[in-house]
Design a protein around this ligand. Structure first.
Ligand code: ADP
Length: 187
């Protein structure tokens, strides 16, 4: 059975681990091949689709279910979707995986140690969280459940962005979800 081009590449990991960076890099590669796709970035989704939601477990789950819902709509019509949200709860990610289907859902765990993330502090949030200024901050004062069996784990402490992106791209290639080179349509 051909899967067409529809799939959801779902990044999960702590804030600052590299989800957005890698989503953008994979997005660039798809664009270079002329593959129409969509990126659902957690930070952006929270300003539109999930505006008003907070960071309780219930609100976080609602946010992830909404992202999963949109990803599913696009994926089932053949459009690749890349999501970049912390998505801290294993059970909720599992729910989305079931909804989208195991063949089309690729979970990438972007791993980095807390020490690295605090020193990186891309968004300046860890300092505030450690000072107690942000309640329920994932990895500091709120849980993060790492995937037990992700499709792929990349480590942004040990790998460059290009190395991580290459590993993800190769995984998609092996699964037949992307093509190395896109054949030009016959005219
Ligand atoms: P997140 O979206 O997970 O909150 P960001 O993508 O905003 O994280 O930030 C990750 C930071 O880590 C960026 O400054 C990026 O350049 C850096 N980085 C270093 N190595 C990697 C890697 N292998 N993959 C992704 N990001 C990396």
């Amino acid at each position: 059975m051909s899967l067409g081009n529809g799939f959801t590449l779902w990044f999960t990991g702590l804030s600052g681990a590299g989800k957005t960076t890698l989503a953008q890099e994979i997005s660039r590669r798809l664009a270079r091949q002329g593959v129409g796709h969509e990126v659902l970035d957690g930070d952006v989704v929270r300003t539109h689709l999930s505006k008003g939601l907070g960071f309780s477990r219930e609100d976080r789950d609602t946010n992830i279910r909404r992202i999963g819902f949109v990803a599913n709509l696009l994926t089932r019509h053949g459009i690749p979707v890349i999501t970049a949200a912390i998505s801290p709860y294993r059970a909720t990610r599992e729910e989305v995986r079931r909804e989208i289907g195991y063949d089309r859902f690729v979970e990438v765990y972007v791993e980095a140690g807390l020490d690295t993330l605090v020193s990186r502090d891309v968004k300046g949030l860890y300092k505030k969280a450690l000072a107690g200024e942000i309640p329920a901050f994932t990895g500091v004062s709120d849980p993060y459940e790492a995937p037990l069996n992700p499709s792929l784990t990349v480590n942004s402490e040990r790998e460059t962005v290009q190395e991580s992106a290459d590993r993800i791209w190769n995984f998609l290639l092996q699964r037949g979800l992307v093509a190395e080179k896109r054949e030009l349509a016959a005219v």
